[in-house]
Design a protein around this ligand. Structure first.
Ligand SMILES: [Fe+2]
Ligand SMILES: [Fe+2]
Length: 188
């Protein structure tokens, strides 16, 4: 393991640790099912929320220290920022390989051109056993047979949720959705 349970607990709440470990379990199962690298899936899931419980101020500090230029939206959104700072910490503190850092970087918004590992981490984060609700069940049902379909259902549910609460929809999320539609026309 790239990080121990006790080290995770030093950096996050017990509830976040539970989510992280459940996400790791789902990610490894999905990697096994879809033929992705299981160690990468495990490491990316274990580190995906490594900065989620850091203060916003400390996350901005990480960005400054690593010369990361943030958009105005990122400067206001802890939910989006933790994917960026998480991937930085994965690289600098844990020497995680690039595919793992990329899976962490895109686990919140998705993006066009997602790798299989990136899709697996996005979906595992969405379906881990602690997540509940009708829309989660549909994604979970699809996840082991068709990862693209699961991703699309999950993105659709996320966009619907963001619209309902008048939230910002990241353009990367829209691009991730459109690419699945383009490459898997038969799905819909
Ligand atoms: Fe996250
Ligand atoms: Fe998460």
């Amino acid at each position: 393991m790239i990080i121990s349970e006790s080290e995770l607990l030093n950096r996050m709440s017990p509830e976040r640790l539970r989510h992280t470990l459940s996400c790791a379990e789902s990610a490894v199962k999905l990697a096994e099912r879809h033929g992705a690298d299981e160690k990468y899936a495990l490491d990316a899931a274990l580190l995906h929320d490594i900065t989620r419980d850091l203060s916003f101020k400390n996350q901005l500090k990480i960005c400054r220290e690593h010369d990361i230029i943030l958009s105005d939206i990122h400067k206001k959104s802890p939910a989006l920022l933790h994917a960026i700072t998480g991937s930085v910490i994965a690289k600098t503190e844990f020497s995680a390989p690039d595919p793992v850092c990329d899976a962490i970087r895109w686990h919140t918004t998705g993006r066009a051109g997602m790798t299989l590992l990136e899709k697996i981490i996005w979906v595992a984060d969405f379906i881990e056993p602690g997540r509940t609700g009708e829309h989660v069940k549909a994604v979970r049902d699809a996840a082991f047979s068709d990862i693209d379909r699961a991703l699309l259902l999950g993105i659709d549910a996320t966009i619907r949720y963001l619209i309902l609460k008048s939230g910002y929809i990241d353009t990367d999320t829209v691009e991730a959705r459109n690419e699945v539609l383009k490459t898997r026309k038969e799905l819909f």
